[in-house]
Design a protein around this ligand. Structure first.
Ligand SMILES: [Mn+2]
Length: 489
C-alpha cells in the first residue's frame, strides 16, 4: 500500500489532491491552516492540521511512514520548510516539491537540495497545454486547410516500390482528404515486390493506382501530396518541377522542401506515426484496414521497434493496437505456404549448385508463380551463401528469381546482363527476376519423360553458364575491394 503525503494545499495542490483521492493507496493531506483543514475534510479528503511543518510532528501524525510526498503550497519559502521537515522525517520517501506561484532562484536551489524532483508549476502546465493543443494541433488544422483549399482531385504519391509505411500513410492521407470532401487517390510506380507487402495489400484490399495503369494520368489531378518522401522526381515518377501541395515525411531532407503544407519530422521512425498523430488530434479512428496498415508501417520501418524508434512511434503503435486487425497482421507476417511451394523449395535445395558463395538451382517444372521467389529467399538462409538464383519452367517460359545480401553485387544488373538478350530481366540490386521464353533458346516442352529430362538439363546448362559467367565478369564496382574475390567464389 502506497502512502502518499501531500503537504500544503493551495489551488494547485487542490487539483492534485482531487486527482489522487480516488487512486489506490492511502492519501494524507497535512496543512497548517485550521480552516483550510476543515474545508478539505468537508470534501472527504483525509486532512490533518499541524501548527507548523516539523519533522517530529510529521513522524507522529503520519504512520506508517509516507512513501511518496508532494509538497504543494503556493509559497516557495513554506515549501522549502515543509520539504526539509519531510525529508528528515521520511528519508526514504520519494519527494516532489512545487516551486510555488512566484518561483525564486533561492527557493529553487534550496528545494533541489532536499527534493528528488522540483516542479515549476507554470512550466509544467505550459508544457502540458502546448503538448495537447499547441503547435501540433495547429499543424493538423493547417493540413485540413490545405486539403480544403484543393480545387479538384488530389493524388497522394508514394515513393517508387512503396513499403508498408508509404502505402499505409498514403491511404491514411486519402482518408483524411475524404473527411473534408477532397477526392483523393493513392498512387505509386514500380513494384510491391516483398511478399509480406503484397500480402498486406491483398488481405486488406487496398485500392492503389499504378502510374502504368491505362486509366491513370497524373495530369488528371489538381494537387499532389507526397508521403514518405519529400521531393518530386526523386524516387517517384513525377517531374522535378511539378509543384507540390502537401508533404508528410520522416526522412531528413537533403534539400529544402517546398509545398503549401509540409510536415517533416525526422525524429520519428515512420511516416505512419505522423498520420496517427493527425487522427489522434482530430479524435477520429480511421477504418480498420488503415489502422492495421499504419501499425505494420511503424513495425517494419522501425525494424520491429528496434531501429530509429522514438517515443512517438511507441505511442502511435499503442494507440493503433486496439483498432488493428492483429489476425491479418499475423497472416501478413507469415503468409501461408502451399504444399506445392514447399515441394518447389525442396527441389531447389536438392538441385543446388554452389560456387563460392553463389548458389543456383533449377527446380524443373513448377506451377505456382511465387514459388521460385520464395525458394530464392529461403536458400539465402544457407550458411555461407550470399547470392541465390532459383529458376524453373512454367508454360514454356523459364522464370528466374535472384537474391543477394552481398552489397557490392547487383543482381538486377547481373540478370539484365545475363538474360536481357534472350528474355526480360530486371529488378533491384538485392532482388531481381528474369523471364526467358523456351522458344528463344530453340527449345520446346515435350510430353515424353526422357525429353523432359533432356530439356531441363539443357536449360540448366544454358542458364547457369550465362549467370555464372556474368558474375565472373561483373564490373569492378560490384566487387568488394576490401575482400578477395574468393569470398564470392
Ligand atoms: Mn518510412
Amino acid at each position: 500500500m502506497v502512502t502518499r503525503l501531500v503537504l500544503g494545499c493551495d489551488s494547485l495542490g487542490q487539483l492534485l489532491v482531487d486527482s489522487l483521492v480516488d487512486r489506490p493507496g492511502e492519501l494524507q493531506v497535512v496543512v497548517t491552516d485550521g480552516d483550510h483543514a476543515e474545508t478539505l475534510r468537508g470534501d472527504g479528503i483525509p486532512t490533518v492540521h499541524v501548527p507548523e511543518y516539523a519533522a517530529e510532528t510529521l513522524k507522529t501524525v503520519i504512520d506508517p511512514p509516507a512513501e511518496s510526498i508532494i509538497v504543494a503550497s503556493g509559497d516557495g519559502a513554506t515549501n522549502y520548510r515543509a520539504a526539509r521537515a519531510a525529508r528528515t522525517a521520511f528519508p526514504d520517501a520519494l519527494l516532489v516539491a512545487y516551486l510555488g506561484r512566484v518561483p525564486s532562484t533561492d527557493h529553487t536551489e534550496q528545494l533541489k537540495s532536499v527534493a528528488d524532483r522540483v516542479i515549476d508549476p507554470g512550466g509544467a502546465i505550459a508544457e502540458q497545454v502546448l503538448a495537447s493543443a499547441g503547435r501540433q494541433g495547429h499543424r493538423v488544422r493547417q493540413l485540413h486547410r490545405a486539403l480544403r483549399e484543393i480545387d479538384g482531385k488530389l493524388a497522394v504519391v508514394m515513393h517508387d516500390n512503396p513499403d508498408p509505411d508509404a502505402i499505409a500513410s498514403a491511404l491514411a492521407l486519402v482518408a483524411l482528404a475524404d473527411r473534408v470532401n477532397c477526392p483523393a487517390d493513392a498512387c505509386y510506380a514500380g513494384d510491391i515486390t516483398h511478399q509480406e507487402n503484397r500480402a498486406l495489400v491483398n488481405l486488406l484490399e487496398y485500392e492503389l493506382l499504378h502510374f502504368d495503369d491505362e486509366s491513370f494520368d497524373i495530369d488528371d489531378y489538381d494537387a499532389i501530396a507526397l508521403v514518405d518522401h519529400a521531393r518530386p522526381g526523386v524516387n517517384d515518377q513525377l517531374e522535378k518541377e511539378r509543384p507540390i501541395d502537401i508533404v508528410v515525411d520522416h526522412h531528413p531532407p537533403r534539400k529544402p522542401v517546398e509545398a503549401r503544407f509540409v510536415d517533416l519530422r525526422s525524429d520519428v521512425g515512420a511516416t505512419s506515426t505522423l498520420l496517427v498523430d493527425y487522427f489522434q488530434r482530430l479524435d477520429i479512428v480511421p477504418p480498420t484496414p488503415i489502422t492495421t496498415g499504419l501499425l505494420f508501417g511503424i513495425w517494419v520501418d522501425t525494424k520491429q521497434f528496434s531501429r530509429e524508434i522514438a517515443v512517438d512511434d511507441f505511442e502511435a503503435a499503442a494507440y493503433l493496437i486496439p483498432y488493428a486487425d492483429m489476425e491479418v497482421l499475423a497472416q501478413v507476417e507469415s503468409p501461408r505456404m502451399t504444399a506445392e511451394t514447399f515441394a518447389t523449395i525442396g527441389r531447389a535445395i536438392r538441385n543446388r549448385t554452389v560456387e563460392g558463395s553463389v548458389l543456383t538451382s533449377c527446380v524443373g517444372q513448377f506451377r505456382e508463380r511465387d514459388a521460385i521467389a520464395q525458394a530464392s529467399d529461403r536458400l539465402l538462409d544457407i550458411e555461407g551463401v550470399t547470392t541465390t538464383m532459383v529458376y524453373g519452367i512454367r508454360d514454356n517460359v523459364i522464370y528466374a528469381s535472384a537474391r543477394t545480401r552481398s552489397t557490392p553485387l547487383d543482381v538486377g544488373e547481373t540478370l539484365r546482363n545475363a538474360f536481357d538478350q534472350i528474355g526480360d530481366a530486371g529488378g533491384h540490386a538485392d532482388m531481381a527476376g528474369a523471364q526467358i521464353p523456351l522458344g528463344f533458346l530453340g527449345l520446346i516442352e515435350n510430353d515424353g519423360d526422357d525429353d523432359a529430362d533432356v530439356l531441363i538439363e539443357t536449360v540448366q546448362t544454358v542458364i547457369d553458364e550465362r549467370f555464372f559467367e556474368t558474375i565472373r565478369e561483373r564490373p569492378a564496382w560490384q566487387r568488394d575491394s576490401g575482400v578477395t574475390d574468393s569470398v564470392y567464389w
